[in-house]
Design a protein around this ligand. Structure first.
Ligand SMILES: [Zn+2]
Ligand SMILES: [Zn+2]
Length: 279
């Protein structure tokens, strides 16, 4: 599979010259399988650029939403395939205890927030998650609830040839732990989703000192992301969902600090918009 980072910023799109290297678009990752299956992980502002690369011949795209915070859905109205009757767009995401996924998304797709309503879109389908394991095209997709405010899932994609990508953009597995990790991975949020993944794309929003003031906000320090990667024995970690207050220089610095502390035994590649990984 080919994995492209289209949005690496967390919380709020953050343009600016001092943010340009890591990128300012919010969470969006494109995945294309060797047999052509096209998946989109989250619909942050990065999805607009992704849409421009989808070949005219594609007839189905699956958008897998982890949750419905604005930074993960804001690009959906600018995802060109949703306006094409000849492209089936399947949207997967969590409902709540009182509302289905479609009803929750209707809040965005309605005035005054957006001029187009969901009922005007020609070829959309909705699927509730978590849904255990399902096959989407050539991929086996596993979803499970993870630690983050509101209904939020993570995804594990397995290609037929065995490559595994785990996507946990907004995730606080260290929540309420006096030390982390303190439990086996089976008892740690996201642990089973990430176990032995070839590539883990994970929340790394804060420095260690910043995390102390943001406990319970649903995000990880870079050090926690690296400890989580060690616990789950991944082959490569891409920390992203960069804090909107962090410049490129800040991200370089706090990544280096976390690497020196965590000393991970695997490769760490901080998320840069536009970067591509082949699994
Ligand atoms: Zn987010
Ligand atoms: Zn969130």
């Amino acid at each position: 599979m080919r994995v492209t980072l289209w949005g690496t910023r967390g919380s709020l799109a953050t343009p600016g010259a001092d943010m340009a290297r890591y990128g300012g678009n919010t969470s969006c990752v494109g995945v294309v399988g060797d047999a052509g299956t096209m998946l989109v992980l989250d619909a942050g502002t990065g999805i607009r650029g992704l849409a421009a690369t989808i070949p005219e011949s594609v007839r189905r795209v699956d958008v897998l939403l982890t949750h419905l915070h604005m930074d993960h859905i804001q690009g959906l109205g600018f995802f060109a395939p949703i306006y094409r009757p000849d492209v089936a767009v399947h949207i997967w995401g969590p409902g709540s205890t009182t509302m289905r996924l479609r009803s929750r998304l209707m809040r965005y797709f309605s005035p005054p927030l957006f001029p187009v309503s969901l009922s005007e879109l020609p070829n959309l389908s909705f699927h509730e998650v978590p849904s255990g394991e399902v096959d989407i095209g050539e991929f086996r997709v596993c979803s499970a609830l993870v630690a983050h405010p509101g209904p939020t899932v993570g995804y594990r994609l397995t290609a037929p040839e065995g490559g595994v990508l785990t996507y946990l953009p907004d995730h606080e597995p260290a929540l309420a732990a006096l030390t982390f990790p303190s439990l086996p991975r089976e008892w740690t949020s996201g642990g089973t989703l990430a176990a032995n993944a070839d590539l883990l794309i994970h929340d790394g929003q804060y420095s260690a000192s910043e995390y102390c003031g943001h406990c319970g906000w649903g995000h990880s320090s870079l050090a926690h992301a690296m400890d989580f990667g060690s616990l789950t024995e991944v082959r490569q970690l891409v920390p992203f969902h960069h804090d909107p207050g962090h410049t490129d220089i800040d991200i370089d610095r706090i990544t280096q600090e976390a690497l020196e502390k965590a000393k991970p035994a695997y490769r760490v590649t901080p998320g840069v918009e536009g970067s591509v990984f082949e699994l």
